[in-house]
Design a protein around this ligand. Sequence first.
Ligand code: AMP
Length: 323
Amino acid sequence: MRPTGNLHLGNYFGALKNFIRLQDNYDCYFFIADYHMLTTHPNPSDVQQNVKTILCEYLACGLDPEKATIYVQSSVPEVCELYMYLNMITYVGELQRVAAFKEKVRQNPNNVNAGLLTYPTLMAADILLHRATKVPVGKDQQQHLEMTRDFAERFNKLYKTDYFPLPQAFNFEGELVKIPSLDGNGKMSKSYGEQATIYLIDEGNVLKKKIMRAKTDEGPKEKNSTKPVEIENLFSLLKLVSTPQIVQQFEDAYNDCSIRYGDMKKQLLEDMNVFLTPFRERIKELSANDDYLNKVIAMGADKARESAIKTIKDVRSIIGFRA
Ligand code: AMP
């Protein structure tokens, strides 16, 4: 995750919830993507604080540094070397066709830098550096994962090896998920729609305003009608935090046209608050414990570098360089 703000529900349900389950059964590497963050030129004085914020939120969500390797990307500079090797087998055309790149160009036409274009190669390097097989991501990252598989396959073919496994995008529920935003427009995201994005730290009036202002329509006119996207989105969010009985109660009310969106939003607010409270509390506790956070960062860097150095040695030797 890039340290460019707080984690939101999309990050949690798309990625973190799966991290937590994976760490019990697999050798896991989770990192904070501070190199990736540089595509948007953050102020140097904010960088450490941004990293700390995400680390606290990872730990508050249940990532365990004793079970998994949790590290900051820039403490493992070996990834840059792999990124460079991968860039040699990546075509500019395929990078220009990436949906996320095209979207960023639309949003920010004055900062189309090479780092932004080669974002998928750095992401592939992050994954291949530990020869990962499963990568827990949301649906929005599916295309990046397909590219990582292409690069791994291309490398293997070029050098007549099977060194890199072909990694799969992964979600425990089976399908990759896309958590919608509150304004009926696409996915929940920190890049657009602050007011339509629910962060793990949201509380009180901030949370209330976001939920109560979520876009709705005038209500169904015919029984059992198809829901418009903004209403479907509200139901999707309710399903994340409410019981199946409550969801069914509102589904029934929608189907017989008796639904009152105000009531549904109040319920969503109440259940969302119950869901978020423990995260908020743990985040507060952890942010006050710099000693512990520094220990976690140091431990993660050692473990991640061990794995990275091994891969880079192997790759150099496969390419024909001195290992
Ligand atoms: P980002 O915040 O874009 O750096 O994404 C970090 C992780 O969260 C990636 O695995 C994304 O796939 C996931 N993610 C971000 N937004 C969503 C969303 N709205 N729904 C599902 N997963 C998401």
